[in-house]
Design a protein around this ligand. Structure first.
Ligand code: A2H
Length: 261
């Protein structure tokens, strides 16, 4: 990381009912439980243009998360750390203070269904990823296995390991049917770059740090400079030309916000 703040796009992923117990008190449609405010998990990304390929949402099971009232009358769920930063960026209903409505651990929201912008899956699920860092972004990561080697590795781990699914209370239908969606093509690498590099570098798991770093370095730069969109309204355009446009459309349609840290 260089000088100055990092800009993240926060993708607003709407929680679908039934809500987990800890959030039932918070949101829920009017008449069922809670105040009826829409509740969103907010996933931090540098690659908003890949959101066409979301298959899941990652949280760390042991990280502290918080649900807070936003200035816009919604409820956001993210790491407690990020919520404090957001309060200083005007997100909270209380200036400079997190307006906490519930405190929870990642494990409390695993298995919750979400509706997320751009992806062709109607419903995606909150799943555990053990490499989610508490000191970066919101502690909520959108899973795009076509283009993120970390995401693909973590998805394969969960698919392969029934014991891991069981440990975190992940049901088969939340993960087994979800496959990478081709979002962009990189000449020489293909339409599913993360899958290609996972196989080429013989990555073993989400903990295969060095190889995953190598894969990330490769896809990030090449994706930006050489990538061509395969889905959505910008099919055939270069990623470098549409990246900002896609981000702006998400923000203008109230499906994303900008966050700095
Ligand atoms: B990116 P940087 Cl398709 N812990 O979004 C671990 N990883 C995190 C995180 C956290 N707390 N918060 C954000 N991230 C991920 C999409 C994507 C991303 C693609 C390809 C590469 C990629 C879908 N996941 O990132 O250290 C998020 O994943 C490659 C680095 O601030 C976010 O963008 O540079 C990226 O890491 C931010 O990482």
């Amino acid at each position: 990381e260089g000088v100055g703040p990092q800009e993240y796009t926060l993708i607003k992923m709407r929680l679908l009912e039934p809500y987990p117990e800890k959030l039932c008190l918070v949101g829920g449609s009017a008449g069922t439980c809670g105040e009826g405010k829409p509740v969103f998990l907010v996933a931090a990304t540098l690659r908003a243009e890949t959101m066409y390929g979301q298959t899941s949402c990652w949280v760390h099971p042991d990280l502290q998360y918080v649900a807070f009232n936003t200035a816009a009358g919604e409820v956001f769920v993210c790491s407690s750390r990020a919520a404090r930063n957001m309060a200083y960026q005007g997100f909270s209903s209380l200036e400079g203070v997190v307006d906490v409505v519930a405190e929870l651990r990642g494990q409390d929201i695993i298995g919750v269904a979400l509706q997320s912008p751009l992806t062709s899956y109607d419903k995606i699920y909150v799943l555990p990823m053990l490499t989610v860092k508490g000191d970066k972004g919101t502690g909520v990561v959108s899973c795009v296995p076509s283009d993120s080697p970390d995401d693909y590795a973590a998805l394969v781990d969960l698919k392969k390991k029934a014991a891991m699914r069981q440990k975190y209370g992940v049901e088969d239908h939340m993960v087994l049917p979800y496959e990478p969606i081709p979002v962009l093509e990189i000449p020489g690498i293909g339409k599913l770059c993360a899958v290609f590099l996972y196989e080429k570098l013989k990555i073993q798991s989400q903990n295969d740090k060095e190889k995953l770093q190598e894969a990330k370095d490769l896809v990030y730069l090449k994706g930006f400079y050489d990538g061509v969109m395969l889905t959505g309204e910008f099919v055939g355009k270069k990623v470098s030309e549409v990246k900002k446009l896609i981000q702006k459309q998400l923000i203008d349609s109230n499906q994303a916000v900008i966050y700095y840290e």
